[in-house]
Design a protein. Structure first.
Length: 185
């Protein structure tokens, strides 16, 4: 006998019903992510890929999907936190993290195209390396970019807040670089 078939993926969470009177969401920011283990593609176990894609991609999709009924019909904003890794093929991250963040950027562009007619603008932030517990022990150093330091979480949050505000009302489908000059262009 051959290897056992992998278990089916988990089902998405149940969807909320249509919004009631006065129920609306003006902005949604998705930023949950896991980094996963850094390893080569030929060493990558399926469980590691499933974990990273499950949080970074499925989590983003399901969060947006659940919020859409509450975002539609008025000037609403969706901001997703991607990564410079998803734009340039990684800094030190593994291929599964890189793919997950590239997918987040693609979801934002799809959402911008399909939901504009419903009053929703969607954008992403592509941070460089941020000084958080997620990157501890991953090999990053302050000199990886021209500014010579890691980003602080509040620096990323300020850009997300701008994109979630009325000041960004004519921006949609953008992936904004906030990476200390690591990737320019």
């Amino acid at each position: 006998m051959g290897p056992a078939a992998p278990p089916p993926p988990p089902a998405p969470p149940p969807r909320a019903g249509p919004p009631g009177p006065g129920q609306r969401l003006d902005a949604l920011v998705t930023c949950a992510a896991i980094y996963g283990e850094t390893m080569r593609l030929d060493e990558l176990p399926e469980s590691e890929v499933d974990a990273v894609l499950g949080v970074n991609v499925k989590g983003t999709l399901w969060c947006i999907g659940g919020a859409l009924p509450f975002l539609r019909g008025h000037d609403a904003r969706v901001v997703c936190i991607g990564s410079v890794a998803g734009k340039v093929g990684g800094v030190l991250a593994g291929p599964h993290y890189v793919a997950s963040k590239g997918a987040v950027h693609a979801v934002v562009k799809w959402l911008a195209k399909t939901e504009a007619r419903n009053g929703i603008v969607a954008n992403a932030v592509a941070p460089g390396v941020v000084d958080t517990d997620m990157i501890v022990g991953k090999g990053y150093s302050d000199d990886y970019n021209p500014l010579g330091r890691l980003a602080r979480p509040e620096e990323i949050a300020r850009v997300a807040a701008f994109l979630a505000s009325p000041a960004a009302s004519y921006m949609t489908g953008a992936v904004v670089d906030v990476n200390g000059g690591y990737a320019m262009g």
